[in-house]
Design a protein around this ligand. Structure first.
Ligand code: ZN
Length: 182
């Protein structure tokens, strides 16, 4: 792998490894664009519920998921300041780019002499971002499954409450029938 530029001076241009992300859409991984999923309960009953995975907040499901398509994006920065911190475990170099009142700080280990040199690090960042994104989707999918569990739970509870109500009504009717007539 091409080594980063650790000794740039003020006025030099370095190429910073970046992973550019563009928002795109694809069919929802859970409902596959259907906007609804079918819950099969223990008694075999099928219940159709709105897909929670592709709903944003309380809005209706969209049937699609938005994601970022990442691509290597080496970006030139003009160095306007160098920060070097020496510690017992080594030296950290950061470059500033911008005016004295507003600048961006980049780690020297992400800076390279040319766009081509930066590509290896860019590819690593793309892979990192994609992995993070996938992990976030998987966590969301877990939440979605617990949502389905809650739907099932409330349906079960409603049924139990109905059965209880039936029982108490029958019981009340039976008591009434036993009421001594005057
Ligand atoms: Zn969906």
């Amino acid at each position: 792998m091409t080594e980063p530029v650790l000794n740039a001076k003020v006025g030099d241009t370095v190429w910073v490894a970046r992973a550019g992300g563009v928002e795109q859409f694809r069919p929802c991984r859970v409902c596959n664009g259907d906007k609804a999923v079918t819950l099969i309960r223990g008694n075999g009953e099928h219940v159709r519920i709105g897909c929670q995975f592709c709903s944003v907040g309380l809005e209706n499901p969209t049937g699609r998921e938005s994601y970022h398509a990442y691509a290597p994006k080496p970006t030139p920065y003009r160095v306007t300041g160098v920060e070097r911190v020496e510690k017992s475990d080594g030296v950290t170099v950061q470059y500033r780019s911008g005016s004295d009142s507003g600048w961006t700080t980049v780690d020297a280990k992400d800076c390279f002499a040319s766009p081509d040199d930066a590509m290896g690090r860019c590819a690593a960042l793309v892979a990192e971002h994609e992995a993070e994104q996938e992990l976030a989707f998987q966590r969301k999918d877990q939440n979605h499954k617990s949502y389905a569990w809650y739907v099932g739970y409330h349906l079960r509870e409603a049924e139990r409450a109905r059965k209880q109500a039936d029982y108490h009504e029958r019981k009340a009717a039976a008591m009434k029938a036993l009421e001594p007539s005057r």
